[in-house]
Design a protein around this ligand. Structure first.
Ligand code: SF4
Length: 257
């Protein structure tokens, strides 16, 4: 399995070249979201570890940038990217060979950890997941690893916002379990003041039905009323892209790109 994949046509980031620091055939994540496009989490953990070789990453990224010029290089893939203990070194390595903005799609669960914060603050764009307004809905939708709580997750996002000089976007997957909490979520997120709120619903095949365009529009209104800057999966434009290797892309049919 290759570390670098895509470029992906992303409704939130444009032409995005993916970097998968987990690179596992089976998903390794600190969550087991009920809508996850990758199926059940194979290994649910909050323990950080090294999964890929940085030397291989360097070789692959140099090769990919010879044939494609993405808008952004994004850490994403077959699990939660911040579980990779060598993410800091990966950022440093990519910065040495490219000036393209660097982003991450994270589930936010490790954003209260000092080492993770110190790594994430080196990125240009952090897209952080927040699907729930309280512990009960958090457990129901995201099914986190045992030692991860809603309170610590949201505290981590708040702390990070205070020190981060790049763009912080919050991504919310709206489904039947949290649709009635849109107003509460908007109030909660207003306190964080992210640069952008990304309103999503699972449009790719998964066991959970997506909300309709009309429902998502009403939800988006709740955020706009609060003065928050929003984008929505139904209305955002996606650029045309040609993947370097179609199979590598299929292996990571992630809902969040
Ligand atoms: S949607 Fe993302 S955070 Fe949730 S289980 Fe899948 S990979 Fe993990």
């Amino acid at each position: 399995m290759k570390i670098v994949y895509g470029p992906v046509s992303s409704w939130r980031l444009g032409k995005s070249l993916g970097v998968d620091l987990i690179c596992s055939k089976e998903k390794i994540c600190s969550f087991d979201c009920i809508y996850c496009q990758l199926g059940k989490t194979f290994k649910k953990t909050s323990q950080r570890n090294n999964f890929v070789s940085i030397q291989e990453l360097r070789t692959e990224i140099l090769k990919a940038l010879q044939t494609t010029i993405p808008d952004v290089i994004t850490f994403s893939g077959t699990g939660e990217p911040t579980l990779a203990d060598n993410m800091d070194l990966a950022i440093q390595t990519i910065r040495e060979v490219s000036t393209i903005p660097l982003a991450v799609l994270t589930n936010s669960s490790l954003m209260n950890k000092k080492d993770v914060i110190n790594t994430l603050k080196k990125l240009d764009i952090v897209v952080a997941k927040l699907d729930a307004p309280n512990e009960e809905i958090f457990q129901r939708i995201n099914q986190p690893a045992d030692n991860i709580s809603f309170k610590e997750t949201i505290d981590g996002i708040k702390k990070f916002k205070k020190i981060f000089t790049g763009k912080l976007a919050l991504q919310i997957m709206f489904i039947r379990d949290n649709v009635q909490y849109a107003e509460e979520m908007a109030r909660l997120i207003k306190n964080i003041e992210p640069d952008e709120v990304q309103i999503n619903t699972p449009l790719r095949p998964c066991p959970i039905k997506p909300l309709t365009e009309k429902q998502l529009k009403l939800i988006e209104e709740q955020f706009k009323i609060k003065g928050l800057n929003t984008i929505s999966v139904y209305t955002s434009k996606k650029p045309k892209t040609t993947p370097l290797d179609k199979m590598e892309l299929i292996k990571r049919r992630r809902t969040e790109v």
